[in-house]
Write a protein that binds this ligand. Sequence first.
Ligand code: GLY
Length: 419
Amino acid sequence: MNILIIGGGGREHALARAISTSQKCTQLYAAPGNPGISQFATCLESSSDNPQAIIQECQKRKIELVVIGPEVPLVSGLADALRNHNIAAFGPSAAAAKLEGSKYFARDFCKRYHIPQPAYERFTDIQKAKEYARLIGPQSVIKADGLAAGKGVVVCNTTKQAFDAIDMMLEGGFGDASQTILVEACITGPELSAFALVDGEDVIWLASARDHKRAFDGNEGPNTGGMGAASPSPDETDSLRKDILENILKPTAKGMVADGTPYTGILYAGLMLTDEGPQVIEFNCRFGDPEAQTILPRLESDLLEIIISHCNQKQQEAQIIFSPDIAITVIMANKGYPGSYQPDSIIKQLDTLSLESDRFIYHSGTRRNEQGDIIASGGRVLSITATAKTYREAREKAYDTVSQIKWENGFYRTDIGVF
Ligand code: GLY
């Protein structure tokens, strides 16, 4: 089978690596891919912003299955466009991806189906938003309704911070994405990312992870897309998994079916483990990044076979086995990220590093220059993963690999997976 992966980050590199090992994979393509992905796949220039171009590539190259990594093409309906042309797509319809595409939609959905979440209100008016922020107290979360490249959430510790975030967003800080905002009560506890494979009402638990969202050690500094992850989450227990499945994931899948917009694909619930139990921070309609780089190395079964069974509405027949081993991923980012950074520094010796089978380097934001050097082109640049029997051992291996990477403009947290 010929397969196309949409996306060009670390998550898609991890997907490409896993899919390329399957006996069922004949030719693997990626659009746009990256220098790491190009070891496993032919990278195409077609943009995922242009569904027609993707469909034409599929027809020309006899691609039968498209695995869509990022949220933007899912929210804008790439999976629907492909299915309308009889090309299988792994990922939800635009109607179902609204769970990620509109934070208000997700909150209203949870309210209607009694899925645990914090208090919130939706606003388009600055004064009314500030009145509610004052009412819920100094600790609040201000969220842009639409997609804002992972930057549309401000966690506030003072009313002034909340007011500033409200002004920034409703004055157009994220363009159309923040014309509407949510003001939410701040809930506290450890965070857990839960991943399930969903086909209508059928929900299969895949894995959990703990993301590390702040830029610096000790959970200091600004929020990022994720500076590293550990899987499984140190908080995962049998009873917590059951609680999340019964009270969050299954009611979500059931509610989407009841609303006439059945969900298919990876459902990623970002949860806060509060004293009252797990509550939904947000839903995402895809694998997390960097969680995919942490979870997929633990998957012992054939990812492509799982995806094919799911697309044939037979996901219960798929063998899905994860190793009990621990995986840790450390993100190396450009100095300055998530703010501005100097682009285009060279990462030396990356191609010549030889890695043991329990260590992985995924390219998150790289390109090759005309001389063939690997250039750091994005904010998050490399995802370094290692697996081992314990968090400590996995961490030591991951950081040992990080120490072998010669990149002066890079930085990373030193406490990923320290629990
Ligand atoms: N790690 C957070 C995300 O993928 O959205």
